[in-house]
Design a binder for this molecule. Structure first.
Ligand code: NAD
Length: 477
C-alpha cells in the first residue's frame, strides 16, 4: 500500500522517502515519506482551520455519528487493516485480527456511545448557588482544547492511535497525528477511512516521519498545538515535556513500564503459570503492560520457575522484535543479565528457523532467575519476551519488591485469598492492578501509569476530561 500524509482533507507524499522494513525477514517492504517542517505546519494550520469551520461547530450528536461512521469504515475494510498491521509489526495475524483491529473499532464506538451519556451530564452541569454579592446560577460547559497532537508508538500502532484519536474527536478537537516511523501503514488506512467517512477537511490530519529533530519534534514544538497526547518511552516523554514547557502545552503521557506479577503460594498454580506466559510473552513482550518482573512466594517458587521455563521453551509462532535495533537492544539485555549473574532457565538467544525468518528480528522467549534487585536487567524496561523470576516470603516483602521501581504502569496479583488480593492491590504503586488475570480491559475504566510510567489517565470519561476543558459560566440572578 502507498503510505501518504493526509493534510487538510487531501493525501500527499512529499518528503524524503524512508524504508519500511518487514521485521519477519528483514526485507524492505516499502517506503514512507518523511514530513518536513512545512508539511507539519500545514497540518497544524489545517487543523486550526477545521476548528474555525463546520467541525468546530459540530454538535456532540454529530460528532458521535461521525465516530460511528469511522468505526463502520474500519469494519468494512477489516482484512486490509489486519494485513497492514501484520506487515508493519510482524505480529501474528491472529493477534491483529482479535486484538488490534477490533479494539480500534471498539475505541470509536465506545466514545460515540459515551458522548451521549456525557451530553446529558458534564456538558450541561447546572449548579444553582449563591455568591457573595447575590444569588447566581452557575453552569459548566466543556470546550475542546483545539488542535491536539497525537504521537504514537509501533507496538500496537492502530489500537493506541485510535485510543487517542477517538476521544480527541469526540470532545470536538482537531487532530494532527504522527504514528511511529516503524509502523505507518494502518494509520494511512485510517486516514483513508476517515476521508471516506466525510469528516470535514482538517479535522483529522496525519503526518509521517521520525521523532527527534524531525516530524515528531516539529509537531510538539508548533505553537499552534493546544495539547499533546503521547504514548511511548519515558525518555521520549521527558523530551516532549521539555518542548511542551515553552508554550505551557498540556500533556497526556502513557509511558514505559517494568511491570511486576506477584504470585502467592495459594494461587491457582496452572492459571498463574498460563497467565504469566500471556503477560510476559504476548506480542513477544512488546506491550507496555507486559510483565518483566515475577515475584513468587517461596513454597511454589521452584515449581513455578520450572513450569514457566518449560512453557517458554515450547512457545511457537511468536513474532519478531520490531527492528534490528530493538532486537540488538533486547539481546544486549540478555547478555547483560548473564554478566550480572543470571541463571537462564529458558531462551536467552536467537532462534533458528531454517527459513526466511532467519533474516528477521526474532529473539527467544526468555526466563531468568538469580539476579539481585539492583541489576539493570531487573530495573530497566527491556520491552522483549523476557521476565526475571525471584522469590518472596511475606506479603509486605512482595509489595516492597513490586514498588521498588522507577516505573508504575501495571501489576498482576495471583492469589485465591480475597483478603490478600484486596489488601495488596491498592498498595502496589501502579495505575492498573489485575487480580488473577492480565490485560482484561473495560474501555470505560481509567488507564495510565504512575511515577515514570505516565501523566494522566485515559479511558472513558478520563480521556474526555483530558481532551476538553470545563468552562464555568456564572449568571447573576
Ligand atoms: P518511542 O518513545 O521511541 O517513540 C514513540 C513515538 O514518539 C514515535 O512516533 C516517535 O517517532 C516519536 N518520537 C520520538 N522522539 C520524539 C521527540 N523527541 N519528539 C516527538 N516525538 C518523538 O517509543 P516506541 O519505541 O515507539 O514504543 C515503545 C515504548 O512505548 C515502550 O517504552 C513502551 O513501554 C511504551 N508504551 C507505553 C504504553 C502505555 O500505554 N503506557 C503503550 C505502548 C507503549
Amino acid at each position: 500500500m502507498k503510505v501518504e500524509h493526509y493534510v487538510g482533507g487531501a493525501f500527499r507524499a512529499d518528503g524524503e522517502p524512508f524504508p519500511i522494513i518487514d521485521p519477519v525477514d528483514g526485507t524492505e517492504a516499502g517506503t514512507a515519506p518523511e514530513a518536513t517542517r512545512e508539511v507539519v505546519d500545514e497540518a497544524v494550520t489545517a487543523a486550526r482551520g477545521a476548528m474555525a469551520g463546520p467541525w468546530g461547530a459540530a454538535s456532540p450528536q454529530e460528532r458521535s455519528a461521525a465516530l460511528r461512521r469511522i468505526a463502520d469504515g474500519i469494519e468494512a475494510r477489516f482484512e486490509e487493516f489486519v494485513d497492514a498491521e501484520t506487515a508493519d509489526t510482524g505480529k501474528p495475524r491472529e493477534l491483529a485480527a482479535t486484538v488490534d483491529v477490533p479494539r480500534a473499532i471498539g475505541n470509536f464506538r465506545a466514545y460515540a456511545d459515551l458522548l451521549y451519556g456525557r451530553a446529558e451530564q458534564a456538558y450541561n452541569t447546572v449548579v444553582p448557588g449563591w455568591s457573595g454579592s447575590g444569588n447566581a446560577l452557575n453552569y459548566t460547559v466543556r470546550r475542546p482544547l483545539g488542535v491536539v497532537a497525537i504521537i504514537s508508538p509501533w507496538n500496537l500502532p492502530l489500537l493506541l492511535l485510535t485510543w487517542k484519536v477517538a476521544p480527541a474527536l469526540a470532545a470536538g478537537n482537531a487532530v494532527v497525528a504522527k504514528p511511529s516511523e516503524e509502523t505507518p501503514s494502518s494509520a494511512t488506512l485510517l486516514a483513508s477511512v476517515i476521508h471516506e467517512s466525510g469528516l470535514p477537511p482538517g479535522a483529522f490530519n496525519l503526518v509521517h516521519g521520525h521523532g527527534a529533530g524531525a516530524a515528531g519534534e516539529f509537531l510538539t514544538g508548533n505553537p499552534g498545538v493546544d495539547a499533546i497526547a503521547f504514548t511511548g518511552e519515558s525518555a521520549t516523554g521527558a523530551a516532549i515535556m521539555r518542548k511542551a514547557a515553552d508554550h505551557v502545552t498540556p500533556v497526556s503521557f502513557e509511558l514505559g513500564g517494568k511491570n511486576p506479577a506477584l504470585v502467592f503460594a495459594d494461587a491457582d498454580f496452572d492459571a498463574a503459570v498460563e497467565g504469566t506466559v500471556r503477560s510476559s510473552f504476548t506480542h513477544s513482550g512488546q506491550i507496555c503492560l507486559c510483565t518483566e518482573r515475577v515475584y513468587v512466594q517461596r513454597p511454589v517458587f521452584e515449581a513455578f520457575v520450572a513450569a514457566l521455563g518449560e512453557r517458554a521453551r515450547a512457545l511457537e509462532g511468536y513474532g519478531p522484535m520490531i527492528s534490528a535495533e530493538h532486537r540488538d537492544k533486547v539481546l544486549s539485555y540478555y547478555r547483560l543479565a548473564r554478566d550480572e549473574g543470571a541463571t537462564v532457565v529458558a531462551g536467552g538467544g536467537v532462534p533458528a528457523f531454517g527459513d526466511r525468518r532467519d533474516g528477521g528480528f526474532h529473539v527467544q522467549p526468555t526466563v531468568l532467575t538469580g539476579l539481585p534487585e539492583t541489576s539493570r536487567a531487573v530495573r530497566e524496561e527491556i520491552f522483549g519476551p523476557v521476565c526475571h523470576v525471584a522469590p518472596f516470603d511475606t506479603e509486605d516483602e512482595a509489595v516492597r519488591l513490586a514498588n521498588d521501581s522507577p516505573y508504575g504502569l501495571a501489576a498482576t496479583v495471583w492469589t485465591r485469598d480475597l483478603s490478600v488480593a484486596h489488601r495488596v492491590a491498592p498498595r502496589v504503586e501502579a495505575g492498573i492492578v489485575w487480580v488473577n488475570c492480565w490485560n482484561l480491559r473495560d474501555l470505560r475504566t481509567p488507564f495510565g501509569g504512575v511515577k515514570a510510567s505516565g501523566i494522566g489517565r485515559e479511558g472513558g470519561e478520563h480521556s474526555l476530561d483530558f481532551f476538553s476543558e470545563p468552562v464555568n459560566v456564572c449568571v447573576q440572578i
